[in-house]
Design a protein around this ligand. Structure first.
Ligand code: SF4
Length: 336
């Protein structure tokens, strides 16, 4: 039986905006606004969406790098939000993160040996005398030779630095790794190598991934299930095949239409949305997508759509739109 490793319930992450002479709170940036999802042990759940949709904020909130405003986060049965700082620091042994830019997240003055040793030291992993062998093993696991141990981050290429970031995450033997745009800064060929490495490591070490990316091509390659976010809300969630083959939400369809097709003879109709993503300080009422949605009606302005399954199958594929059936049947036509 597959068990849920992580459960996120009604998570909110607001960032206060202060102003006036007294510096009082005048508003909030509602970066994540009441989202719920879970991740099963051993799977890869991706969160995808445009910049500012709240995907990276969600990852940081799970690790409590930013303190969530409201909601629940359960990991292996523990309520993460009830842990004190010391308990949370211990818990981070099981919950690691790989950032987009390893150069920014790895101390440039530390050699690889120091980076890996520090990770093990903080979490009290292995006695000191056994760590050298573990470091060599980790470097080999991520495809770097032992000769790299005493090199500095600037001596590596972007792809190699990301491998060091992965080795650092693996050093403490985690259960869940949050990959936050972890391959976005890499060339396409290097991206593929790092993605394949992540998949191999998942099989070998029974890892679970929360993969955060704006790139649907990458998400398609690595995911088991996908969450689509727009302006702090989940608009669609489902297993990869169902969501990519049969997207329901107008926003997901727009994102998918923008994926380049490798065959130049095959033309694809890209859906172009009007306007920009509105501000999360004052998000649109009702369906947050209504200011850009070609199907929006008065109801969409006032009524928040709930996530619901319209596939006719018990496959966990849900989307938040009032008019999925009408759009699919052709009863509703796009207004632009
Ligand atoms: Fe568009 Fe309305 Fe559906 Fe939102 S609820 S996606 S605005 S049709």
């Amino acid at each position: 039986m597959t068990t849920e490793l992580l459960q996120v319930k009604n998570l909110k992450q607001y960032f206060p905006i202060k102003g006036g002479l007294l510096g009082r709170k005048i508003n909030d940036v509602k970066a994540v606004d009441d989202i719920s999802f879970s991740i099963k042990a051993g799977e890869t759940l991706s969160i995808v969406g445009e910049s500012g949709c709240g995907k990276s904020t969600t990852g940081r909130a799970i690790l409590r790098l930013d303190e969530p405003t409201a909601g629940e986060i359960h990991f292996q049965g523990d309520d993460l939000l009830s842990l004190n700082k010391k308990e949370m620091r211990k818990k981070r042994k099981d919950l690691q993160i790989i950032f987009q830019d390893p150069y920014a997240s790895i101390n440039p003055r530390q050699t690889v040996r120091q980076v890996l040793n520090e990770a093990m030291e903080i979490q009290n992993v292995l006695p000191k005398e056994q760590r050298y062998d573990r470091m060599i093993e980790l470097l080999e696991t991520v495809g770097l030779g032992p000769d790299k141990l005493d090199r500095f981050p600037h001596e590596f290429s972007g792809g190699q630095r990301q491998r060091i970031g992965i080795a650092r995450a693996l050093a403490v033997d985690p259960k869940l790794i949050i990959c936050d745009e972890s391959v976005s800064a890499l060339d396409v060929s290097i991206q593929a190598q790092v993605l394949n490495l992540l998949k191999k490591l998942q099989r070998e070490f029974d890892l679970t991934y929360l993969f955060i990316s704006h790139d649907l091509g990458v998400v398609r390659h690595i995911s088991d299930r996908v969450v689509v976010m727009y302006l702090g809300k989940i608009v669609e969630i489902g297993d990869k095949k169902s969501l990519f083959d049969n997207p329901k939400h107008p926003y997901t369809k727009t994102l998918l239409s923008a994926i380049p097709v490798p065959d130049p003879k095959r033309k694809k109709d890209q859906i172009i949305l009007k306007g920009d993503v509105p501000s999360p300080i004052d998000p649109p009422t009702g369906c947050r997508f209504h200011t850009r949605c070609p199907f929006a009606t008065e109801r969409c302005v006032t009524e928040v759509p709930e996530l619901r399954n319209t596939t006719g199958m018990k496959n966990g594929h849900e989307s938040a739109c009032h008019y999925i059936e009408e759009i699919e049947s052709g009863e509703m036509k796009p207004k632009y």
